[in-house]
Write a protein that binds this ligand. Structure first.
Ligand code: ADP
Ligand code: MG
Ligand code: MG
Length: 888
């Protein structure tokens, strides 16, 4: 029989699939002997069964009852007891943390009779009645969908009636009346009385936690975070502890290191005389965790020692939720904490220094995506005006945009916006995703806005208390300045500063380090990056080349760690002033005219190559022969048609335009992507490829004569059959043989037509290397053209879940990847020493790099900026398998 329920004493931290992250970690802490309230976890499997069938799986009730009995015996309290009731929290918690996305219900078990027991037992009737009204409110909202405003209206009325300014001023009588009013609200919306059977409350709460897995905001969050939709959530049922029992009680959130910078030392927020949900919601202003050292020294010391033990156990940054009830510390949650990209690098390096993890493990603690984020620019503060104010720097980055005050407007905006809110809640998620940055006036580093923004890598400044936000009037007032919706502001998520207007941005220090402009000495982040990159380079098997067309690009790529140019496109060499020569080539009436045009192009191309080979001296440079359709170099059909029509209407001779128009009409293609391009062009326009080959070889010879070490390779695009390649190859070899002083030049092909992948065994006879052009290969495998489809239906496909990610960003391993695997296998069967690379944009995408590593490629080639990311991911792919720590 499947067990659907696990006592906290039975589980452990490795059972996240079954118990969810929260449940597994509560079990781990219980196992470590830490003070965790008694409880049990209902498995994700039970949730999946429930969501599949719509009813609780057989046996679940019996198991829950059994565990509840054990718990009651241990606590010496009983659910619903009119003298001293056991109260429960019913908490969601899936495998991956989804902060605030699902439901948790507190104080389950309070009824008209047990509230009296709680009042008597605690000696604090106010607390008991306040807990009861909170339960009706939370339960009504989450289980029955009662609108929150209706409760808020009653609460305001009660405050007004009692002349109270805050909830805390409401007395027992006021709260008792409020409970009656809440029960009426509940009845009005549900047509039934608030359940007075504690067990009914419990099961309704469990079912509603199951349901909350599919709440709209949870679904959206999973899509954003790429969390699978079929995992389900576990439910944790545990004894309540109370942080709202007076001055010697309170609740807090803490990190074992600073999650923003990685700096060593505990970090967190504490709120006296409050329940946990008050801190997470960022509703009241908290004090620093360090103040707890004065408020409650024994609990503070105990907390520090627990945090140390947790770090040792998890071997990583942990974040925790705790509550102190009348001076007794309780642990309510822990997990490996989310952190900023900078903190991820710094902490990984620290843990190596501390002897906690190996360098291989450290490599698994950082990702290419995080490195990419560190390469974003930030503000040039020397050019910034006086900040309007400074808030809590919750998630780093530099964001500039127009103020919007609500999530819907942010989500609909077409220009960059900053979402400005008093605080955020899970309903704001669409706006948070759409905004460049998030600014709130309330809440600390652990408020909803901060946690979610950090998870998304989005700039966030929170708790900027000087801001007075008036959503109705659509204004925000700060120290006398009034800003309106649409006004531009700049947020610095690294310092917490908020500036009026658009502040200029400057390059990231990590980029400047890669450029060789900054030394890592004395800078913890740069030192960590240097160390982990060095280890990635040492570990990786994949080479990393760059796509670079010009000498300056190639030089930058080299500084960023590229060990070659994997793709030099030659089309740019036909643009600008050289267009006239291409026109001459296309319009040539006979061989003489054509040869003259080619002869004029030759020295220009040769000079380009000389520079490029000099920049990449000693490293391979793979030059692709011209690929795009030639009419791309001619004026647009519409323009020419208009010119010629105007000339004719005026009775003038259209002259050259007329000739051009005829040529453009002749060459017009309905599907240029599938038309006369690549190798087809080389076979149709005599002398074109030969001229390019000659330019490459002559440039190489010149470099050799100058004492250089040029290593060009010639790559033929769009080959579909070996005969095409053989024909080009014969012509190229004849040209190469005619040039003295050039080094040996290898000839290979792109694999970007599905037929080429399938016939790679034959093509390899004529190719010394392959390079996958995964952009074209993706288009042709799926049968859609990128330019046409990305705007047309990709959004829909992503939201329907047909694509987990755009196949142009992350390689479609199931389809396109299968062609890659086939081509590698068949190509190497023919020619075991075949060099194989990839030069599509996927070469710099972290997930795709891992795929190419496993597919056995020799190198990936990507844009210069992504070279460090590919290096890191190639290292991670090679060292994978070492134990990791998952902060999701
Ligand atoms: P989330 O995953 O959104 O953080 P939680 O399940 O952690 O939701 O619960 C929400 C809040 O309720 C947290 O602040 C938590 O500390 C508090 N809480 C949960 N269970 C208990 C409990 N048994 N006693 C006191 N507070 C609790
Ligand atoms: Mg929590
Ligand atoms: Mg291509």
């Amino acid at each position: 029989m499947t067990a659907y329920v696990y006592d906290f004493r039975e589980g452990n931290k490795d059972l996240k699939d079954l118990l969810g992250g929260k449940g597994a970690n509560l079990a781990e802490m219980t196992r470590m002997g830490l003070p965790v309230p008694a409880g049990f976890t209902i498995t994700t499997e039970a949730c999946r069964a429930y969501l599949r069938t719509g009813s609780m799986p057989a046996g679940l009730f019996a198991e829950v009852e059994e565990h509840l009995h054990l718990m009651q015996a241990r606590m010496d309290k009983t659910l619903g007891d009119p003298r001293d009731p056991l109260l429960l929290s019913v908490r969601s918690g899936g495998k991956f943390s989804m902060p605030g996305m699902m439901e948790t219900i507190l104080d389950v078990g309070l009824t008209d009779t047990s509230v009296l027991g709680l009042a008597a037992q605690s000696g604090d009737p106010r607390f008991a009645w306040d807990s009861y009204r909170r339960l009706i409110q939370m339960f009504g909202k989450t289980v029955f969908g009662v609108p929150g405003e209706d409760f808020e209206t009653e609460l305001s009325a009660a405050r007004a009636g009692a002349g109270a300014t805050s909830d805390a001023d409401l007395g027992v009588a006021g709260l008792q009346d409020l409970v009656q009013a809440y029960k009426k609200v509940f009845h009005a919306h549900t047509g039934r009385d608030f359940p007075q059977a504690p067990h009914e409350q419990l099961y309704l709460a469990i079912a509603s936690v199951f349901h909350s897995w599919n709440a709209e905001r949870a679904v959206l969050y999973r899509r954003q975070e790429r969390i699978p939709h079929d995992l389900g959530t576990a439910v944790n049922v545990m004894a309540m502890v109370f942080g709202n029992r007076g001055a010697d009680s309170g609740t807090g959130v803490a990190f074992t290191r600073d999650p923003a910078t990685g700096r060593r030392g505990v970090y967190g927020d504490y709120l006296r005389n409050a329940q946990g949900e008050d801190v997470v919601a960022g509703i009241r202003n908290t004090v620093s965790l360090h103040d707890l050292a004065e408020i409650d020294p024994p609990s503070y010391r105990q907390l520090l020692s627990i945090m140390e033990r947790l770090e040792q156990r998890y071997r990583d940054l942990c974040d925790i939720e705790f509550t102190i009830e009348n001076g007794k510390l309780w642990m309510l949650q822990t997990r490996v904490g989310k952190r900023t990209p900078a903190a991820a690098f710094v902490i990984a390096a620290q843990l190596v220094d501390e002897g906690t993890i190996t360098l291989d493990e450290a490599l698994q603690r950082v990702t290419g995506e995080q490195l990419a984020q560190l390469m974003f620019p930030s503000f040039d503060t020397t050019a910034a005006p006086q900040p309007l104010t400074t808030g809590v720097p919750a998630s780093p980055g530099a964001a500039v945009g127009a103020i919007v005050f609500d999530s819907a407007t942010a989500a609909a905006a077409t220009a960059p916006v900053i979402l400005v809110r008093r605080e955020t809640n899970p309903d704001d998620l669409p706006g948070m995703i759409a905004a460049q940055g998030i600014l709130t006036s309330r809440g600390g580093k652990t408020s909803h806005a901060a946690v979610v923004a950090r998870g998304m890598g989005k700039t966030c400044v929170c708790g900027a208390e000087d801001l007075t936000i008036d959503t109705e009037a659509a204004t925000v007032t700060v120290n006398g300045t009034v800003l309106h919706a649409g006004d531009i502001i700049s947020l610095d998520g690294t310092t917490g500063q908020v500036y009026p207007g658009a502040v200029p941005v400057h390059p990231s220090p990590v980029v400047r380090y890669f450029e060789g402009e900054l030394s890592p000495a004395g800078d913890p982040l740069l030192a960590a990056v240097q160390r982990l990159m060095a280890h990635a380079d040492h570990t990786r098997r994949l080479g990393v080349h760059a796509n670079a067309d010009t000498a300056p690009d190639a030089a930058r790529a080299r500084r960023f760690g590229a060990s070659g140019v994997g793709l030099c496109r030659t089309e740019h060499m036909f643009l600008g002033e050289r267009r006239a020569l291409v026109e001459r080539l296309i319009l040539a009436a006979d061989d003489t005219e054509r040869d003259a045009a080619l002869a004029a192009l030759l020295p220009l191309q040769r000079d380009d190559f000389v520079e490029l080979f000099a920049a990449m001296d000693g490293l391979p440079v793979t030059v692709r022969l011209i690929d795009p359709p030639l009419h791309e170099f001619l004026p647009a059909l519409e323009d020419l048609t208009a010119h010629v029509a105007r000339a004719e209407a005026l009775g003038q001779d259209p002259g050259r335009d007329g000739v051009l128009l005829a040529a453009v009409r002749r060459m017009h293609e309905a599907n240029p992507m599938l038309g006369l391009r690549g190798v087809r062009l080389g076979l149709v326009i005599p002398g074109l490829f030969a001229m390019q080959v000659r330019a490459i070889a002559e440039a190489a010879a010149l470099r050799v004569a100058a004492g250089g070490d040029p290593r060009p390779e010639i790559m033929v695009p769009l080959v579909g059959t070996v005969q095409e390649l053989e024909t080009v190859r014969n012509e190229a070899e004849a040209v190469l043989a005619s040039i003295d002083g050039a080094p040996p030049i290898r000839i290979g092909t792109m694999i970007e037509v599905p037929r080429a992948a399938l016939t790679a065994g034959e093509i390899a006879h004529a190719a010394e290397f392959f390079s996958f052009g995964t952009n074209d290969l993706t288009q042709m495998t799926w049968g859609f053209s990128r330019d046409d489809v990305e705007g047309a239906f990709f959004g829909r496909y992503l939201s329907l879940g047909i694509f987990a990610a755009s196949p142009f960003e992350t390689l479609d391993t199931g389809g396109v990847g299968e062609l890659v695997r086939i081509a590698v296998e068949r190509g190497r069967a023919t020619r075991p020493d075949l060099t194989i690379g990839v030069c599509g944009e996927h070469g710099g995408d972290p997930a795709s790099v891992r795929f190419f590593h496993h597919a056995g490629l020799d190198y990936v080639s990507c844009s210069p900026f992504r070279v460090p990311i590919a290096r890191l991911e190639a290292g991670r792919a090679a060292s994978a398998g070492t134990s990791t720590s998952d902060s999701r």
